[in-house]
Write a protein that binds this ligand. Structure first.
Ligand SMILES: N[C@@H](CCC(=O)N[C@@H](CS)C(=O)NCC(=O)O)C(=O)O
Length: 209
């Protein structure tokens, strides 16, 4: 039994397989060589123990030797403390990685999630669309000037930013070649491939029986 346990749903429909946020935690563990096991909560019955561990009835959440955590960003930062592959040890590199991790969540995903949610609901909001375009244009400039967000090398910030930016609707929203190259560069990492394969195998197995 491994020390780190990652919780996800027992099943989800075909989309969003490959995009459920437990993938972020799997990916971080794969990068850092941290052994992990997967446990599940029911997709259709979010109550009781699930709400005690994740107050919004979402996934992922995790456990690590008595530490229990929800919010994928918090889980990633917790895992990143265990490995300098994810988080540089020097003060400046660590501060940069922390800054860009929060930026992925609070400057990009904070806009991209409501945007795609309204889009798939058939209720496009022009103001929100313009706001997202502006944020994506700024990221396009950033990644056209540097290969990695922090510390001149891959960190947990790239893992999270690439995961936010690889959302299909976001990828299809305008031509941003530096961002496309950045997302490819980060997701070509073998650890991402293993995490993705693991999540797909998990949800595909739930179709059987
Ligand atoms: N801010 C949360 C968002 C978690 C989240 O949106 N999880 C999705 C799966 S990727 C979910 O459980 N959605 C169902 C819901 O929101 O009810 C995090 O990053 O952990």
């Amino acid at each position: 039994m491994s020390a780190v346990t990652i919780w996800t749903y027992d099943r989800v429909p075909p989309p969003p397989r490959g995009f459920v946020r437990d993938l972020r935690l799997r990916w971080a563990c794969e990068e850092a060589g941290i052994a992990y096991s997967i446990r599940t909560v029911p997709f259709h019955d979010r109550s009781g123990e699930h709400l005690a561990r994740q107050p919004f009835g979402q996934v992922p959440f995790m456990e690590d030797e008595g530490v229990t955590l929800f919010e994928s960003g918090a889980c990633l930062l917790h895992l990143a403390r265990k490995s300098d592959i994810l988080m540089p040890r020097d003060e400046i590199g660590a501060a940069e990685a922390l800054q860009w991790t929060i930026a992925a969540l609070n400057s990009i995903e904070m806009v991209s999630v409501p945007w795609w949610f309204l889009k798939v609901s058939g209720a496009d909001h022009p103001g929100l669309t313009g706001w997202l375009a502006s944020r994506l244009d700024h990221i396009e400039r950033v990644v056209s000037e540097r290969e990695w967000l922090a510390a001149r090398r891959f960190t947990v910030a790239d893992l999270l930013m690439a995961d936010v930016l690889r959302t299909p609707l976001v990828r299809d929203f305008g031509e941003r070649p530096a961002t496309a190259a950045y997302v490819s560069r980060v997701t070509e990492r073998p650890a991402f491939g293993k995490a993705l394969a693991g999540q797909l195998a998990h949800f595909n197995a739930s179709d059987v029986g």
